[in-house]
Structure formats: structure tokens, C-alpha cells
Design a protein around this ligand. Sequence first.
Ligand code: GDP
Ligand code: IMO
Ligand code: MG
Length: 427
Amino acid sequence: MPAVVLVGAQWGDEGKGKATDLLGGEVDYVVRYQGGNNAGHTVVIGDQKYALHLLPTGVLSPDVVPVIGNGVVIDPGVLLSEIDGLQERGISSDRLLISASAHLIMPHHKALDKVTERYLGKARIGTTGRGIGPAYGDKIARMGIRVQDLLDPGILGKKIEIALHEKNQVLTKVYNRRGIDPAKVLDEYLGYAERLKPHIADTSLILNRALDQDKVVLLEGGQGNLLDIDHGTYPFVTSSSPTSGGACVGSGIPPTRLTRVIGILKAYTTRVGSGPFPTELTDEMGEWLRTTGGEYGVTTGRDRRCGWFDAIIARYATRINGVTDFFLTKLDVLSGLERIPVCVAYEVDGARYDEIPMTQTDFHHAKPIYEELPGWQEDITEAKTFDDLPKNAQNYVRTLEELSGAPISAIGVGPGRTQTLSLRPLI
Ligand code: GDP
Ligand code: IMO
Ligand code: MG
């Protein structure tokens, strides 16, 4: 009953989409368990490039059942246009299952996400503006509207009315925005209901039964460890739990059934939006990493902030998620550097830290302590095995492995499906 979790080990965009896709041939179900269309997962198959936001990456593998778990927040309009976009490219989403207990992103969530960010001014989080935070906020406040409500027009109408009774006050009186017409929203969402109905299912039951039958379930995280609402750089985080614990809550698969946790780890570090980032490079070296690594957001198109590899946060990801294997991505991007600094500790107000500081204030003041490793000049994008890598690249990988606290079992040397070196089977 292999249930494998795949989590981002840094601040998202580590290459989770590529890693999930790679495992597509070996798994039966791929489940998104949290987040929403704030995610942007890129998959490159041959000369085709796909950017997925809500659909689990498994949709691209013909024998996989893609599942949107109960922990996800769904913008139904976005989901349907993603399904239609894939259909135009000859990819069917007919097998898609959507948890009846997942929550819906409503128009007021998107309006509130944008306006609250504007009001925060310089203190803004830099959200994707997709309504993620307000949708999860309503879920926790027990004001949310769920996928199953789409099956009952009477209940749906009532819930929209109750929600907008309050949210329109906030939008108009606090933020001076226009109110939203409940009748229009009901009409729009009943339209979505028609198309989504055949996909709605008791996904926890289906997944646990599949595990009983020895099927392989891959739980695909969005975002990353440091964007986790509990374990990330709060408040500069997303509003869900991308960590491996969240995989259980967001899918209805119990912790006792998880067999492996794969951390996706970029060979350097990036982050989008505001918040602390000790190894960030704001000079031309950062620009070089951005250009060479193509570090531009898949969802919002924003420049990603770039910096050197940070072993403290990698080790933190191992601890929080119980990482059993790392998939190191984008090693090829570092080719051509003379020396490559790796952050091995922080200095905060004169004291050395070997772990993430307990408080955000200290983390904000953390200065990286670097060790420099020798670089390599060779292009490694054609490498097929670990032995094909230049000695210094091998040494870089081994050093990262030692510092991160879990074995590196796969290495990405390019965006393509085949540009991966396998050191150990992941499933
Ligand atoms: P995700 O959100 O974790 O799925 O990652 P994104 O798709 O947002 O960003 C990762 C980017 O790196 C995408 O453009 C991928 O195609 C690309 N990528 C993934 N693995 C590798 C790799 O090993 N080498 C290179 N050069 N690019 C990669
Ligand atoms: P994938 O799955 C990188 C960031 C946003 C912002 C913060 C909160 O592609 O790795 P939100 O809209 O979630 O309320 O924004 O989280 N963020 C991501 N950064 N990759 C992502 O997803 C992200 N999803 C959200 O930039 O800083
Ligand atoms: Mg991404």
C-alpha cells in the first residue's frame, strides 16, 4: 500500500511538477491535498510544455487517476478552463475526481484578497491574488462553501446569501468596493455545478480502498515547507499546510499509511512574494541565477527572488516532513560557476545558529555563513547517470546531501522528463 508524499522543501517552485510527472508511470493516483490555483507546476514532455495550477500533475499520465482532495480550495471557473485548455491539446480530464468536502473559492474571496493586500501597503504578503487566504479563512471560521453544496441548489443559494450578507458589508463599508450580487453568483456557480457533478466523489474512501488493493497513491504538495501556515515564515506564508502532515489532513489518508516522503529541493534557493530569505542575492549574481534558471513565476509571471543553497532550511524540511529522500532539481543551472557558496549556518546578532531561529525577528536578521565549494564548467544536461557528472558536481551533491540530513535519490539536470539521474528508486 505505498502512499508517497511529495513536498516542496523550500519556498515553492522547486520542480514538484516535473518530479510528480516523472513518477506518473509508476503510480495509480495523484492527489493534490492543499492549496489551490496559487500553485504553478511546469511539466515538459518532449517539445510540449504544460503549466498546471489546480489539476494534479497525474492528469498528464493516461493511466493515472488525478484527485483533488478535501484540503484544496477550488476556483471552479479556473478548474474548468484548465480542463478545457488541456482538452484542446488532446488531454482528457475525464478521470478526475474531486472531493465533495473541498472548499470553493468564491468571487468575494478574490475581491478581498486583492483589497486587503492593497491596504497592507508595504507590509503586504505578496499573495497571488487568487483568493486563497480568504477562502481558507472562511473554512476555518465555518463560513465556507463546499463542493458538495453545488449538488443542492437550495443550500448553495442560502450559503451564498449568508456569506455575502456579511462580506458585502466589509467590501462596501470597510474597503469602499462594490458589493457582489448573490443571484449572479448563484447563477454562475450552478453553471459550474452542471459540469463538475460527474467528478464529485468521496475521495478519502476511494483512496483508502485503493491502498487496501495495493495501488500506489502519490500525494502532490503545492507550495513548500517554508510557506506552510504553521511551520513557514509566518505571516509571509500561504494559508494551508503543504507539509507532509497536511497530506493526511487534506486527503483523508491516515499517517500510518504513509510510506515515503520525498522532498523536492532546488540546487539553489528561490522565493516569490515578501518575507525573509537569508541567502537572497540582490546583485548581478541573483540576476544571473534568475536568467539562467528561468526563475519567473508560472502563476503570476513575477520575478522570483534568487539566492544560494541554504542547508539550514533543507535540514528544517527534513525535520518537519520526515523526508526519506530528496529529489535535487536544477543542478544544471549552476554549471559555469568558479565557486559555489552554500549556507551552512546563520549569524544572528553575533551568535551562530545551526537551525532556524525560534523567532521570526531573529530569522529576519539571520546572516548566512557560507562555505564555498568548487564549481564545474561542463554542460551536464545530457548526463544519464551520477557517474557522468563532473567530479565537482558530484561533490556538490554529496555535500548537500550530508548537510540536508536525507539521501538525494534523484537529480534533475534539465526541465525535460528524461533529464533526471536516478540514484535510488523513489517508489
Ligand atoms: P513547482 O511549482 O515546484 O512545480 O515548480 P515550477 O514549475 O513553478 O518551477 C520549476 C521550473 O524549473 C519549471 O520551469 C521546470 O520546468 C523547471 N525545472 C524542473 N526541474 C528542472 C531541472 O532539473 N533543471 C532545469 N533546468 N529546470 C528544471
Ligand atoms: P507552487 O506550488 C511559490 C506564495 C505567494 C505569496 C504567499 C501567499 O508553484 O510551488 P497565496 O496566494 O498563497 O495566499 O500567497 O505564497 N506562493 C507561492 N510561491 N510557489 C507557489 O506554488 C506559491 N503559492 C503561493 O507568492 O508569497
Ligand atoms: Mg510553481
